[in-house]
Design a protein around this ligand. Sequence first.
Ligand code: HBI
Ligand code: FE
Length: 291
Amino acid sequence: MTMETMEQAVAAQPQRADWVIDQGWEHYTAQEHAVWKTLFERQTALLPERACDEFVAGMRALPIGADQIPDFRALSEVLMRHTGWQVVAVPGLVPDEVFFEHLANRRFPAGQFIRRADQLDYLQEPDIFHDVFGHVPMLMNPVIADYIQAYGEGGLKAQKLGVLDQLARVYWYTVEFGLVQQGDGLRIYGAGIASSHSESLFAVDDPSPNRIGFDLQRVMRTRYRIDDFQESYFVIPSFDALLDLAKIDFAPLYEAVRGQPELEPGTVLPSDRVLVRGTGAYHRARRGAGA
Ligand code: HBI
Ligand code: FE
């Protein structure tokens, strides 16, 4: 999320400094549970051939099903046993430092609300479907569990150094929009893809986007789109790559990246390890239409 969207989104005053609210599970309406069911069934039909094995395994082991919006108490109980994480409810986007503080302490702040039935495909703030369906299954994996905690710690440091944009890109192109090489092809592990029907199809099956081998400094320089599908996805060879990333001291890298130009989302460099060179057709058509 950009700083601009953040400032608009977090205008309301929270009751608590950590922004945590009660999920109030008992108060979800039948219509809200029905929206969850629609989204859940649509994504579940799509993901077996597209999501990575870890995502599918995490989903199976959690109390997440079609019929009801999940209860954070039940999710946290299972997560705590596996990887020491909890899910806490927040109203929507929270300020960066609040977000990082939660992650650094292995608490995942999840939107309490669910999108309306007429907004199934697009919304600006992370709701319970994005956060729980997209993120929580991956938190069952020990490598991702440590990586996201490290991001929280790294975020607190990056804020002090004034290099949050660079770090946020790493989060964006891994936790939110990451692809992983697995068996016979490229699979989804990023929550922004896994929780989106249209982007799951686009990221895996469409000839338009680039799929480029993940390179940390390259990603730190690459801007991203928050309002449309990504033009490039970055591919890790396996989750061991994230294990290594979680241990890296980013401070010298921020220095190295500072002197280099920023890259537009669709740029392909001669030095890139290109797995799939996209046609770019989708975004070219969008720009042609004045978007
Ligand atoms: N708050 N609830 C919520 N979810 C996010 O993903 C989130 C946030 N606040 C800040 C934020 N993300 C990003 O801007 C940081 O990762 C940089
Ligand atoms: Fe997210």
